[in-house]
Write a protein of this length. Structure first.
Length: 325
């Protein structure tokens, strides 16, 4: 499964300290825990002895101990102790199934099979002029590709986010350009009239968007409101959507915001994003089929959907099968 070669977010790093913690990625149970040196471990949540979930265990002297027979494993997955045979030295073959991990964007990421793809790129992370805030997790009863496609969609603003990101007085979607990139697709020149484009909006504004799919289950948008329509001068925002595909039809979402506002409390920014995502969630969970259809003719399109169509084509060409049909 090619999806296992991609990096998937499993939680906020700060929430996963210590452990063990049980998570699910691509339909597989994973245990996450933190070794004495601070490095996170992610393993198949299954003891190689009798298959008990390792997430039921405990941390003992920097090792993960299975709750069933007390087998202890070091941070590399090697079994070091079998309590029933205290003098036994476990061979190298007695070990847990381990996965790669790394921290980025305030999240812990897991890669289940080594591969070429790097982490989804969030360029705003390197911009010291921007302040960053994480929102979520949002558990969603929808497939990861459905969630990404909704994030890329302009024409739902006036209906799902009426009075916020859209208005029924301006429902048309002007032409925008879509191009392919090495990691996905890019849409430029997207414009929408928005009554409240952010927590700093002072009224209706024409807002220019750029959307970029940076991996099959992640996308980034930047938005620039017209001058004089926000309380923060020259406001710039970049928002990343990171989706963990839990099962083919369920997901967990994190949103990372970067903006040149260093004064608003974190909670104000999070509350705004909670409101917007809260409007999207019932729509996402009502879509049928839950998996994103990729076959021609499965769903009808119009010219305003060119970014969605390009995203579906990208998934098809990349060989993505998890969360699509």
């Amino acid at each position: 499964m090619i999806e296992k070669t991609f990096w998937h977010p499993v939680g906020k790093a700060g929430d996963l300290s210590g452990g063990p913690h049980a998570v699910v990625v691509l339909g597989e149970e994973v245990v996450v825990w933190q070794a004495k040196d601070g490095q996170f471990q992610a393993w198949a949540d299954r003891c190689p002895h009798r298959g008990t979930r390792l997430s039921l265990g405990h941390l003992v002297d920097g090792r993960l101990e299975c709750a069933y027979h007390g087998w202890q494993f070091d941070s590399g997955g090697q079994c070091l102790l079998v309590p029933a045979l205290p003098d036994f030295v476990p061979p190298a073959s007695q070990r847990a199934c381990t996965y790669a991990t790394q921290e980025a964007y305030g999240l812990l990421w897991v890669q289940m099979v080594p591969g070429e793809p790097g982490l989804p790129l969030f360029a705003a992370e390197q911009d010291e002029r921007l302040r960053r805030v994480n929102c979520g997790p949002y558990p969603v009863d929808a497939s990861a590709p459905r969630i990404v496609e909704n994030f890329l969609d302009l024409s739902h603003f006036a209906f799902v986010h009426e009075g916020w990101l859209g208005t029924r007085d301006a429902v048309s979607v002007p032409h925008y350009d879509v191009t392919s990139t090495p990691t996905g697709v890019l849409a430029t020149g997207c414009k929408a009239v928005q009554p409240r484009s952010s927590v700093h909006a002072t009224g209706n504004a024409m807002v220019e968007y750029t959307y970029e799919v940076v991996s099959p289950y992640a996308a980034v948008l930047t938005k620039v409101p017209e001058a004089g329509t926000t309380a923060v001068a020259d406001l710039r925002e970049s928002i990343a959507l990171f989706v963990c595909p839990v099962t083919p039809e369920t997901s967990t979402v994190w949103i990372r915001m970067a903006m040149n506002d260093f004064d608003s409390p974190d909670q104000n920014l999070i509350d705004f994003q909670n409101t917007i995502f809260g409007q999207d969630q019932p729509i996402l969970e009502a879509q049928r089929p839950k998996r994103l259809p990729l076959s021609p003719g499965a769903e009808q399109h119009c010219a305003a959907d060119r970014m969605s169509v390009a995203y579906r084509r990208f998934l098809l060409e990349a060989g993505i099968t998890f969360g699509v049909c």
